[in-house]
Write a protein that binds this ligand. Structure first.
Ligand SMILES: [Zn+2]
Ligand SMILES: [Zn+2]
Length: 390
């Protein structure tokens, strides 16, 4: 089967299952689950894959809410990543219900034609993108072994070639001092909240002297019990981000020094714990992006590179995938321009008719890109060569 025929057949297949794809998108949207707790999403997606006669490895890679379905026995193996975790208090304000449903559609369409096309597809259910780094554990446990290229789409307020995702590591800082009566014997206390506030201010000063591509942002998670007790404990949670992993590793000690100096000034101690795996920066495959852009254009979507106004700066564990195999992470429009992800407004758009259209178009654009990687002469080779040359 040549690529154009394959694309038409895959798109027709997606149209034939569009009601089920939209239903699963709505169902996940109505049942938001946070990182590593995505049991409903895991079970429903695995059930739907099994109902088509395919085999699924549930609870794959020693992760209760990860899964893998591998289809085909010869030819290039293209992975489609399905995310389905939600945000604390905001539900599916990052629209991962759309990622899962579109990925399912692309995966099932590819699965239906893998044997005749001589290609393989691997659906990877990847938990905990919103903190937790599910894909990093999956990679360490072999999820990308034998995979030639990987892809996913992410909803946004525009059709974009990529997300501009930078490297990330999070930390917890717990300050310990000595409690005392804040009025009767304040001199006997050592104020952990003061220590944390000074650490915060040190970072505020540091932020003037970091690269424009770097970000440091934190919150207080514990600031004491009552005003009349000198706080013996204070805690903060910080995100540290930089353009790539190398510059992130250079920035991290400066953050630690700023936090530790706060403890020293207030006569307290601080314990700093790095949480989650490091999220690597995302490096999209240019040849694969070009294929995706052409395929999305067939669906009436004009996919453009991000500019100053819509350059979504964040981090994703898809970045780690992009350093192992050629990968793409294009953004698909589900909301009007200016409605950013991680907002209550975006959460509503993720369950709207525009979100439903993104499920179907995202599934088709990815399926057609898989068809190119399988059947368009030289397409996969070009992606692999560009990856090696990086
Ligand atoms: Zn998000
Ligand atoms: Zn997201």
């Amino acid at each position: 089967m040549d690529a154009p025929t394959l694309k038409d057949a895959m798109c027709a297949h997606i149209d034939s299952i569009s009601a089920e794809l939209i239903e699963i998108s709505h169902d996940l949207h109505a049942h938001p689950e946070e990182k590593f707790e995505e049991h409903h999403a895991h079970d429903r997606l695995c059930d739907l894959i099994e109902q088509t006669g395919l085999t699924v490895e549930r609870h794959a890679f020693d992760l209760p809410t990860a899964f893998r379905a591998r289809i085909g026995s010869t030819g290039p193996d293209i992975a489609v990543l399905l995310e389905y975790d939600a945000l604390p208090g905001l539900g599916h304000a990052c629209g991962h219900n759309i990622i899962a449903a579109a990925g399912l559609g692309a995966g099932l369409a590819a699965a239906a034609f893998a044997p005749t096309a001589g290609g393989r597809v691997t659906m990877l259910g990847s938990p905990a993108e919103e903190g937790g780094g599910g894909k990093v554990f999956m990679i360490d446990r072999g999820a990308l072994e034998g995979v030639d290229a990987a892809m996913m789409i992410h909803p946004a307020d525009a059709d974009l070639t990529t997300m501009n995702a930078i490297a990330y590591h999070g930390l917890d800082a717990v300050y310990t001092g000595e409690a005392a009566h804040a009025a009767a014997h304040p001199w006997q206390g050592r104020n952990a909240l003061d220590a944390a506030v000074l650490g915060y201010m040190n970072i505020a000063a540091l932020r003037q002297h970091i690269a424009p591509t770097e970000r440091i942002h934190g919150i207080f998670t514990d600031g004491g019990e009552r005003p009349n007790i000198v706080p013996a404990r204070a805690a903060m949670n910080w995100y540290v981000r930089a353009a790539d992993v190398a510059s992130l590793e250079r920035l991290k000690p400066r953050v630690v020094a700023a936090l530790e100096a706060g403890a020293a000034a207030a006569g307290c101690t601080v314990e700093i714990t790095w949480r989650d795996p490091v999220y690597a920066d995302l490096v999209d495959s240019d040849p694969m992006t070009r294929l995706y852009v052409d395929n999305a254009r067939r669906l009436g979507r004009s996919v453009v590179p991000p500019d100053g106004d819509n350059a979504v700066i964040g981090s994703t564990d898809m970045g780690n995938v992009s350093h192992v195999v050629p990968s793409i992470h294009p953004m698909i429009a589900v909301a009007p321009t200016g409605i950013g992800i991680h907002t209550p407004e975006f959460e509503r758009h993720a369950g709207s008719a525009a979100g439903d259209l993104a499920v179907i178009d995202g599934a088709k654009a990815m399926a057609m890109t898989i068809a190119d990687l399988w059947a368009t002469e030289g397409a996969l080779d070009e992606a692999v060569e560009a990856f090696r040359a990086r």
